[in-house]
Design a protein. Structure first.
Length: 323
């Protein structure tokens, strides 16, 4: 918000109002009639990520400004006032808010916020070719959760004129959010009918909707946002949140494994639901759910010959024949 004094116009955005302004911008960009322009889509994602970061850090600073720092033990009041410090990333800020204030993790559902972080990073560093619907599906629950967080946890700690302005901002945001939600519901209805015939449906790594059916090795496509993830050998890297190139050049263990059932390199940890409350080791080609990796051949297997040994049946029989 701006103000005027003897020196002319000035800028005055306290943290909570700053975060709400980013939220309001996000809704304004998406709650338009007809198709959402590509430019709106880009800035909606960037502004929503900025809103989350600003609001989370505003809440942390209310308790202790040091919690905003990447390394709280290095906190210095002077440097903090000047903005001369490295702050924690907004995903870390979300985790700190949950931990410090004992919030329900479902309120700040990790799956949606992780998908937002990934999309924001692609816009900032790689470029994006996702559908506008993917952004609408992803942003709606994040917007809704952030507004609940503001209403239940932030506003009770804001006073005076800032509180009045913050409440006014929330009232302006809600109607626009409703328009986006109705649009998402309208577009999801055909997807719900389509998904009824599938036995295994995964959360989409792009929009977080539980809408990616497994179809016996066919290409994976989200029925809601229509994002094409490619064949299982490609889609598995999207679920692993990395790429084969990054693993090869960066070193370290690969999150993608070979399936002991079908032999494809298409096994990784995938969310059990759209909220990211748990994961399961799943082959995206044959759909088998694995209990782990064999400690000898390192294949992902559905069961171990003897649970305590972490050995698949083939390796167990091979070793048994030697004696």
């Amino acid at each position: 918000m701006s103000a005027t004094n003897d020196s002319g116009p000035s800028v005055n955005f306290p943290p909570v109002l700053n975060g709400l302004d980013f939220l309001e911008s996000t809704v304004d960009l998406l709650a338009v009639k007809g198709d959402v322009p590509s430019r709106n889509v880009k800035y909606a994602v960037v502004h929503l990520a900025s809103a989350a970061e600003t609001l989370f850090k505003a809440r942390l600073a209310m308790k202790n400004p040091a919690l905003v720092w990447a390394k709280p033990d290095a906190y210095d009041p002077g440097n903090h006032a000047r903005g001369d410090f490295q702050s924690c990333g907004w995903q870390d800020a979300r985790k700190r808010v949950i931990k410090e204030f004992d919030l329900d993790t479902e309120l700040l559902a990790p799956r949606h916020f992780k998908a937002l972080a990934q999309m924001r990073n692609r816009f900032a560093h790689l470029g994006v070719t996702d559908t506008a619907l993917a952004v609408e599906v992803l942003t709606t629950p994040v917007l809704d959760n952030l507004l609940t967080f503001v209403r239940e946890d932030l506003l009770p700690r804001v006073e005076g004129e800032e509180l009045t302005l913050a409440e006014d901002a929330v009232e302006r945001i809600r109607p626009g959010l409703g328009r986006i939600q109705r649009l998402v519901d309208l577009r999801m209805e055909p997807a719900r009918k389509l998904l009824g015939k599938w036995s295994t449906i995964l959360p989409c790594p792009i929009c977080a909707a539980v809408a990616v059916p497994l179809d016996g090795g066919a290409d994976l496509t989200c029925a809601v946002c229509e994002s094409h993830l490619g064949p299982p050998a490609e889609a598995v890297w999207a679920y692993a949140d990395t790429s084969e190139h990054e693993i090869v050049t960066g070193g370290g263990p690969s999150p993608v494994h070979q399936c002991g059932e079908c032999g494809r390199e298409a096994v990784t940890d995938v969310p059990t639901d759209g909220e990211g409350s748990g994961f399961r080791l799943l082959c995206l080609f044959c759909g088998i759910e694995c209990v782990g990796l064999c400690g000898y051949c390192e294949l992902a297997v559905a069961s171990f010959a003897i649970p305590e040994t972490h050995m698949c049946s083939d390796c167990f029989e091979h070793r048994y024949q030697r004696y």
